[in-house]
Design a protein around this ligand. Structure first.
Ligand code: HEM
Length: 192
């Protein structure tokens, strides 16, 4: 496989770091949202909340890096044999990923900023991450935080759906269509 037919090394590394982060965040997010209300899991859930916030902000920063990289390094073109609607769907899905990768962490950051609990965010227990000042002064912090929680959950569910579709499409291309599409992101899978 020639370099023009796959993503750059930097794009590949960022893709897999972000993918790992997002899957962990969805699993941890779903668990902790319930576990924080159970006395027997509350203490562990509190620690998972802190880690979730740290990894979430990391994913936001990695996404900004990925977008900046993408502006200077166009992705390899999709195979000529791919029908137009599939190309449009793939491109649309990729931009939807970026939208969610920015919108989800921003809504998470907004919800902890609005929360009347006022808990600090210490990235990996070390670096203090500020709250969004405007949200710490809203009239009804409880109601605002609740609405932002709903937005964060909705976007998180949309991300889960998109990840499942994305994985299904990648596997279909690799194992049914056998067009080497997955190998653009996983070069060791390349055949022929
Ligand atoms: C790409 C990044 C992120 C993803 C994919 C993600 C995903 C999720 C998911 C799926 C949930 C569970 C929602 C539910 O079903 O109730 C959740 C909850 C939560 N997330 Fe995130 N999150 C991300 C980033 C962040 C960031 C950056 C913060 C804060 C700085 C944050 C703070 C929270 C909090 C506080 C909750 C619990 C909300 C509740 O109590 O219901 N998240 N997240």
């Amino acid at each position: 496989m020639t370099p023009q037919t796959r993503y750059t090394q930097v794009a590949i590394i960022l893709h897999w770091l972000i993918a790992l982060g997002v899957i962990g965040l969805i699993v941890a997010g779903k668990w902790m949202a319930g576990a924080i209300n159970q006395p027997e899991t509350q203490a562990l859930a509190y620690d998972v909340f802190q880690l979730h916030k740290s990894v979430g902000i990391t994913v936001l920063l990695l996404t900004i890096l990925r977008l900046a990289w993408r502006l200077g390094h166009r992705p390899p073109p999709l195979p000529d044999a791919m029908p137009g609607w599939q190309k449009a769907a793939a491109t649309g899905a990729h931009w939807l990923f970026y939208l969610l990768l920015i919108g989800i962490p921003l809504s998470g950051w907004a919800l902890v900023s609005a929360s009347p609990l006022g808990l600090p965010t210490l990235l990996y227990g070390v670096v203090e991450w500020p709250h969004i000042a405007a949200l710490t002064h809203v009239a009804d912090r409880q109601a605002t935080a609740h609405q932002l929680e709903e937005v964060h959950e909705l976007l998180g569910n949309a991300m889960l759906l998109l990840v499942l579709l994305h994985v299904a499409a990648a596997l279909k291309h690799q194992y049914l269509d056998r067009d080497n599409l997955l190998a653009r992101m996983l070069p060791f899978l390349a055949r022929g």
